[in-house]
Design a protein around this ligand. Structure first.
Ligand code: KIV
Length: 263
């Protein structure tokens, strides 16, 4: 079974860490079967699963449901649950209660967004035995502050601030940090400056691991494909083809055949 220590040791041994999102039992079981190290129950479920425009509307109850069904499909991978907007910002007590619910539901740790402002919360969670993954760069819960999905950490001052935030997250006890949509050289600099693994998404090849949204690599989410995504399949087209064929078979009376019928 993959633990937080397995992930920390991968950085020490120079092995890359593989992370993908999952929101449902079947996907989680396949990812686990293939040996994906970290399965992130991302709040991107808001966009990708539920069709929302941002990650902001997804609730604790919805994220707990996704976490529960994902955990049910996993034997080995490390399941990390994304703490949704407003589940950790209001107070440390509230964050502890919500993070605890994720662990009770089957997650092995939680992810939360932000740098210095979340450090006291991270410290407290880690002290209580709850592993925490940080998230810097283009943190989608701050979309309205950023005014769009722009590259973050651009320019000397912004880069220096992100480096400080990464060091602060490490000092507060995070076991890894997601770096999203930042310049490649900043991804490299942060990865070299912290002892915990960095997991990049649009942060270049020098991060200690990579994460992408499963539906993006499968070509299932067609609304928008960021440049940092590599598509490995065209599942949306495959699905259309199969459903079209089924429709045609039913309409023409070809399905069900005798082999699908009972005497
Ligand atoms: O919600 C999510 O899927 C994420 C990853 C893309 C890092 O936060």
């Amino acid at each position: 079974m993959i633990t937080v220590d397995t992930i920390l040791n991968k950085k020490k041994s120079g092995e890359k860490i593989v992370c993908l999102t999952a929101y449902d039992f079947i996907s989680a079981r396949i990812l686990d079967d293939v040996g994906v190290h970290i399965i992130l129950v991302g709040d991107s479920a808001a966009n990708v699963f539920a069709g929302e425009k941002t990650t902001l509307p997804i609730t604790m109850e919805e994220m707990l449901y996704h976490t529960k069904v994902v955990a049910r499909g996993v034997k080995n991978s490390l399941v990390i649950a994304d703490m949704p907007f407003m589940s950790y910002q209001v107070s440390i007590e509230n964050a502890i209660l919500n993070a605890g619910r994720f662990l009770q539901t089957g997650a092995c740790g939680v992810k939360l967004e932000g740098g210095a402002p979340v450090v006291p919360t991270v410290k407290r969670l880690v002290d209580l035995g709850i592993p925490v993954m940080g998230h810097l760069g283009l943190t989608p819960q701050s979309i309205h502050k950023f005014g769009g999905y722009k590259t973050q950490g651009v320019g000397e001052q912004a880069a220096a601030q992100m480096l400080e935030d990464a060091k602060a997250l490490e000092a507060s006890g995070c076991f890894s940090i997601v770096l999203e949509k930042i310049p490649s050289n900043l991804g490299q600099k942060i990865s070299g400056a912290v002892g915990i693994p960095t997991i990049g998404i649009g942060a270049g090849p020098h991060c200690d691991g990579q994460v992408l949204v499963l539906h993006d690599i499968l070509g299932l989410f067609e609304d928008f494909t960021p440049r940092f995504v590599k598509r490995y399949a065209d599942f949306a087209e495959l699905m259309r083809r199969a459903v079209r064929q089924y429709k045609e078979d039913v309409e023409k009376g070809i399905f069900p055949g005798s082999e699908h019928s009972f005497d």
